[in-house]
Write a protein that binds this ligand. Structure first.
Ligand code: F0G
Length: 458
């Protein structure tokens, strides 16, 4: 971070923490980020936006211009949009790894498969630690340090822990991570260890880790960095603003998001609602949320009681990032579905594996949890909810290298051996490309190439 203080760094808006259940405004959040009056989650609101007009054209120009600045807070794809975030008075208060600024890819192969003319993927896995979590962590970790915390903590299925540990290290704070034993990817675990986190593997699942952590933060001066922390969601919101910039402020018809703890879908939806309110966009994009069939509390909640009370489930899916049965932000997600006119869908393990390979075959790739977006989209097109001429964006939340074991097993044909879906998995064979073991022999390599392409001649 440069020492130079940008004169325009201090944006004018004031923000408040407000309960989503009883609307109570609180000065300072409790350690659990729950409302003291009713126990519901908090969100960040900007009262000034109800009365002031924002100069939309001027802000769009400033945001674009900042891309060429040498200041880290301008280069960051989160802080670039700081006029729509809680105020920080000094860039030196900000912990950044230059997150955001992630690519938007056209996905022509996947579009054909899904039956669409135009399909895009916004790859949030291209963030510094390999997932969308960085966009929220930069803001929430900065708040933690500003409030004087020495320790930060999270429960995680992998990505949050890696991200939090990195930002804590950059900000000179200690971090503690609770992860479910045996159910987290080695790549993510190794990131947390290298970034110096105290890493505890608990003999429980993600929901159990969350329960324990809620108690810990009430007994110790430790700042909670799960997505119940509304500052996380404010940072994650910027992905939607950046997406609109990439679309030259013409909103796509649909954005499709994986659903786990349901923070990210809520954050993106909040951004679209705010951009519409402020006049950055004139129509609202539908946000649809896809879950694994084995970890489908939101799908059940919407289908069985219209979003009134959460139906928790015992979560089981190989898409480890979204193996969550009791999502904290379910009410926020229901609100976003209802406000944007989006829907929910669930997909099987075989459908996830196939979609992941299809995204890979477009040269993009993602982790299994992200692939639920394409798998779900195919169903939404078949049902007629998404029309062939509509523009759709898949949010790819994590990097292909997150779960290499999943990918290797898929290509070797081992992923579903002994599973209920073994027979259905036969349909995956055309996508499977296992490594071929050969002698160190030129002819053997040439023969293999010819088999792969009989038109390959010298
Ligand atoms: N995709 C990826 C790659 C994730 O890591 C997560 C969540 C999600 C989707 C779901 O997002 O929870 O906001 O609905 N991972 C968490 C973690 C829970 O601990 O890393 P959500």
């Amino acid at each position: 971070m440069s020492d130079h203080t940008s004169p325009e760094f201090n944006p004018v808006q004031t923000s408040q923490l407000r309960c989503i259940g009883c609307d109570a405004v609180c000065e300072k959040a409790a350690q659990t980020f729950r409302c003291a009056a009713c126990g519901d989650l908090l969100e960040i609101v900007y009262p000034g936006w109800d009365t002031t007009r924002v100069d939309v054209a001027a802000l769009r120009a400033v945001w674009r211009q900042r891309r060429t600045s040498g200041l880290s807070v301008d280069e960051s794809g989160v802080w670039r949009f700081r006029e729509l975030l809680p105020s920080f008075h000094d860039p030196k208060e900000v912990i950044t790894l230059l997150e955001g600024n992630t690519p938007l890819y056209e996905m022509s192969g996947c579009a054909r498969i899904a039956g669409l003319r135009q399909l895009y993927a916004k790859h949030q896995g291209m963030n510094p630690t390999g997932s969308f979590k960085d966009t929220g962590m930069t803001l929430a970790a900065s708040v933690a340090r500003r409030e004087g915390f020495r320790w930060v903590a999270c429960a995680s299925t992998g990505n949050t822990s890696a991200s939090m540990a990195a930002y804590a290290a950059r900000g000179g704070m200690r971090s503690v991570v609770l992860i479910p034993e045996g159910k987290v990817s080695w790549g993510k675990l190794s990131q947390a260890l290298d970034y110096g986190a105290v890493t505890c593997q608990l003999k429980t699942d993600f929901d159990g880790c969350m329960r324990v952590l809620n108690e810990v933060v009430q007994r110790m001066p430790i700042y909670l960095l799960n997505s119940v922390n509304p500052y996380r969601l404010e940072g994650q919101k910027t992905a939607a603003i950046e997406l609109m910039e990439q679309f030259d402020w013409q909103p796509p018809d649909h954005v499709i998001v994986p659903g786990g703890n349901l923070g990210n879908s809520s954050a993106l939806g909040k951004a679209f609602l705010e951009m519409k309110k402020l006049g950055f966009i004139s129509t609202l994009t539908k946000i649809s949320i896809i879950q694994a069939a084995g970890a489908n509390p939101l799908v059940r909640t919407m289908r069985e009681n219209g979003g009134k009370t959460l139906i928790p489930v015992h979560a089981e899916t190989a898409a480890s990032a979204i193996r969550i049965g009791n999502p904290a932000s379910w009410k926020k997600a229901v609100r976003i579905l209802q406000a944007t006119g989006g829907t929910v869908e669930q997909v099987s393990e075989v459908e996830i594996a196939l979609a992941k390979a299809e995204i890979g075959a477009d040269g993009v790739g993602c982790e299994p949890a992200s692939a639920v977006t394409l798998a779900g989209l195919k169903k939404l097109v078949k049902q007629g909810f998404v029309k062939p001429r509509e523009t759709v964006v898949l949010i790819l939340t994590g990097h292909l290298l997150k779960d290499p074991e999943f990918t290797l097993k898929f290509h070797r044909g081992d992923l579903f051996v002994g599973a209920e879906s073994e027979k259905e998995a036969g349909t995956l064979r055309p996508q499977q490309r296992a490594p071929i073991v050969l002698d160190a022999d030129v002819d053997a390599v040439i023969q293999t190439l010819r088999k792969a392409d009989d038109r390959l001649e010298m």
